[in-house]
Design a protein around this ligand. Structure first.
Ligand SMILES: [Zn+2]
Ligand SMILES: [Zn+2]
Length: 183
């Protein structure tokens, strides 16, 4: 996604961007961004720096870790990155170094941009924000039944004939106890 600095107007500025999520290059296997990618940003400016903070929302298609079916969920990520105006004409390197020294350390999530470029590619921070929101064990539903360990059918869709009552024998005594209580 491109942030065009020329469209910001006076800073601080609020920016709303929309784009095709499929153009996003998520470097994650089994996860695909689909639909419309929405970005809200608050942009403030320092001397030779833009501070951008906001959020990104996108539908993500992924694979359920239990039934291996694909499903789509909406993810919201937080954006917090900085665009450094590098090589600004009329400003020597000394000036830039002084700015960095004033800041104490280099900001995190730095997107370096030449000032001759007005269109800044912000795919990097967007992908990072979204990938932080992807669950470690994606589930299509918290009650997903998963695949039958014996015949492999999707137990959300098909009931198979396999016996699933492979209860740990250590529980037998407890079950007997339960039955006798009922009687
Ligand atoms: Zn599932
Ligand atoms: Zn089965």
């Amino acid at each position: 996604m491109i942030l065009d600095l020329r469209t910001l107007g006076e800073l601080p500025a609020k920016v709303e961007l929309e784009g095709d999520a499929q153009l996003l290059k998520l470097e994650m296997p089994d996860v695909e961004a689909v639909g419309i990618l929405q970005v809200h940003l608050d942009v403030i400016s320092g001397d030779s720096i833009y501070y951008c903070r906001g959020d990104v929302a996108c539908d993500m298609k992924m694979e359920c870790s239990r039934c291996l079916g694909s499903y789509t969920i909406r993810l919201d990520g937080e954006l917090d990155f900085t665009i450094l105006k590098a090589g600004e004409p009329g400003r020597g390197k000394g000036r830039r170094r002084r700015d960095e020294a004033e800041a104490g350390e280099r900001p995190e999530n730095l997107v370096t941009a030449m000032i001759t470029e007005f269109e800044i590619d912000i795919d990097g921070p967007i992908c990072e924000a979204l990938s932080l929101e992807i669950p470690l064990k994606p589930l299509c539903d918290k009650n997903c039944l998963g695949l039958c360990p014996q015949c492999g059918v999707d137990r959300n869709r098909t009931e198979c004939e396999c016996k699933h009552e492979e209860v740990d024998p250590r529980w037998d005594d407890l079950r007997k106890l339960g039955n006798s209580n009922q009687a």
